[in-house]
Ligand binder design. Structure first.
Ligand SMILES: NC(=O)c1ccc[n+]([C@@H]2O[C@H](COP(=O)([O-])OP(=O)(O)OC[C@H]3O[C@@H](n4cnc5c(N)ncnc54)[C@H](OP(=O)(O)O)[C@@H]3O)[C@@H](O)[C@H]2O)c1
Length: 279
């Protein structure tokens, strides 16, 4: 299996496919299953993991630490600072707590989870300090609409933003109108979160019809539809091993022009600007 890659603005290649971890660490009884799913993904070649200090109140990061033990060096770890913590000092301290939970000395990509009340310049100053100290390798943002992106990239050093992680999938095509083209033009990668709409889209008739034509699963079609786009990363979350395996099958699925036309018909692209959704 060949893992697709995207290129960050500084030229580094990063896997376009990763594993999400939201809701991991919320139920102690499921911990072993969650660790096992992440480990399986790594064994199958998924080297990017997305987590956040928010998930499971820090426990998701501990679960990631358990899953990546002994294999840190080949992995690309993404984590996020909560807006409430995103003052300059707060960002640095939050990152240090995440590093402890993750049992690592660096986070590959560190994101502001969503816009809060701390000035962007403060968060960015925190990111830059962390980068100088080798505690993070890249920084970026999440849930940023076009206006937020413009504001962030106007700051000194703001153009180094590596990625914007946003809610984007077949049923949430709003960002195609101007946010995604704007980011693409600036070579800022998009990381599509909730790429299968947390499972809610999987019963959709049109998705099922395209899947049937390929002998594929609906989730594979939804992921392949995202992965075919330039500069697009996807981070489906799966705590069941069968879901980890099934989702990876998206990498072998090539959608035809007919499939894409049918999907456009069922999930029409936006005709105008809408504000960015968030889960
Ligand atoms: N930046 C942000 O604000 C933000 C917001 C939301 C999410 N995220 C990130 O993006 C990741 C993905 O988003 P998400 O977790 O919201 O939603 P998602 O990946 O679209 O869906 C996850 C859900 O779908 C189920 N699932 C996975 N594969 C499946 C399959 N092949 N067939 C049927 N069901 C399947 C999972 O079940 P099981 O777990 O039982 O396998 C889980 O309940 C998150 O985990 C998180 O890392 C970021």
């Amino acid at each position: 299996m060949k893992m697709p890659q995207i290129t960050l603005p500084d030229g580094e290649s990063v896997p376009a496919y990763g594993q999400g971890t939201w809701h991991m660490g919320e139920n102690r009884g499921r911990r072993a299953e969650e660790v096992a799913a992440l480990k399986l993904g790594i064994e199958l070649g998924i080297t990017l993991i997305d987590t956040a200090e928010m998930y499971g109140n820090g426990v998701a990061e501990e679960i990631v630490a358990e899953a990546i033990k002994g294999r840190r060096d080949k992995l690309f770890i993404v984590s996020k600072v909560l807006p409430y913590n995103s003052s300059q000092k707060g960002t640095i301290e939050a990152c240090e707590r995440s590093l402890k939970r993750l049992k690592t000395d660096r986070i590959d990509l560190y994101l502001l989870h969503w816009r809060g009340s701390h000035p962007f310049a403060e968060t960015l100053a925190g990111f830059e300090r962390l980068q100088r100290d080798g505690k993070i390798r890249h920084h970026g943002v999440s849930n940023f609409d076009r206006g937020d992106m413009e504001e962030w990239t106007r700051l000194d050093g703001g153009k180094a933003v590596a990625s914007n992680q946003i809610l984007y999938n077949l049923t949430r095509r709003g960002p195609e109108f101007d946010l995604i083209p704007w980011c693409r033009q600036k070579t800022i990668s998009i990381m599509a979160y909730s790429p299968i709409e947390q499972g809610r889209m999987l019963g959709h008739k049109a998705l099922g019809e395209v899947a049937t034509r390929h002998g594929a699963a609906p989730a594979q079609v939804a992921l392949a539809w995202l992965l075919r786009q330039d500069g697009m990363m996807v981070i489906p979350k799966a705590s069941r091993q069968q879901h980890v395996r099934e989702n990876l099958g998206a990498l072998d699925l090539k959608l035809t022009d007919q499939d894409l036309a049918d999907l456009d018909h069922a999930f029409p692209p936006p005709k105008g600007r809408t504000s960015l959704g968030m889960l």
